[in-house]
Design a binder for this molecule. Sequence first.
Ligand code: NAD
Ligand code: MG
Length: 330
Amino acid sequence: MTPSLRVYHDDDISPAALEGAEVTVLGYGSQGRAQALNLRDGGVGVRVGLRAESASRHLASQDGFAVVEPTAAVAGASFVAVLVPDEVQREFFSGEVAPNLRPGAVVIFAHGGPVHFGDVALPEGVDVVLVAPMGPGRILREYYVEGRGLNAKVAVAQDATGRGWPRALAYARALGCGRAGVIATTFADEARLDLFSEQAVLCGGVPALAEAAFETLVAAGYPPALAYIECVREIKYIADLMFEYGVDGMRRRISSTALYGGATRGPRVVGPEAEKALKEILEAIEDGSFAAEMKKRWPGREEFLKAVRNDGLEAAREEFEKTVRRAESE
Ligand code: NAD
Ligand code: MG
């Protein structure tokens, strides 16, 4: 049996659970900023919780938010959104969030991973819910301002008050996600699907394929800046078509040569070996070994970024920016 979806739109969601709520947004990065701004525009009372040494304090104040120490911000709120990076949530949640939660408060996560993989222990007497916008914070904000919405997934891990679902849905609606569709799921499924899509496709498979194709062209003697345009930048136009019309709809809108070449060569690139790798990647997510590996091996963001940097591709991009793009903007 194919599992069916429960989907909520603005009309299906009562905003009542958020009326008079005091909302604290912890962290002011990609999601923190977008969520705080959307909530405020919808008339919700928001404050931002940040450590004294946080680099984001300036921006949050500049945007007009009251910025408070996380411990006080948590203690003063009925809704607490945990929007700090996943890898710091273990320490941050047990140290600054859990001990200060009011009984009956609701804690909102934007990704199911830390709870599902056991980094965050659920404190008693509070609701623990997931409201996971399905896209970057920048787009969550942009769509909201345009009167559109981003899809979101919602789930309830702990329902101490019996109001977990209406609270999660009202919060998702206030972010603008009810305009697009809010999908009920579980922490476990959200954590697994989010990791799998970013590893297999979005941040793993697609960039790795673009890099390999770029290197094939450069090794064969083609100009790197041209290879960069062909293999990296043009992804956007095809992605936009798939976003709007699906894979089949994209195929209907490309040239016959692209259609024939793509459909006959694609399966050579993604063959049995790739299918085996995809299955193993999913298994490592499901059995928790990916989460354990990352915990053991993560050296910190800057160090990791340095280790995976592709110098050849970066040089090609710089050349593109200096030569082709300069001409574009003149
Ligand atoms: P981010 O890295 O953009 O921002 C995190 C913010 O947390 C920083 O701006 C800072 O204010 C604060 N912070 C950083 N280190 C801290 C520490 N050690 N202690 C306390 N605070 C600290 O994070 P993000 O990408 O917005 O991710 C937040 C949550 O949203 C995560 O659970 C993530 O999985 C989820 N999420 C993110 C996106 C996205 O668009 N990036 C999309 C969906 C869900
Ligand atoms: Mg993700």
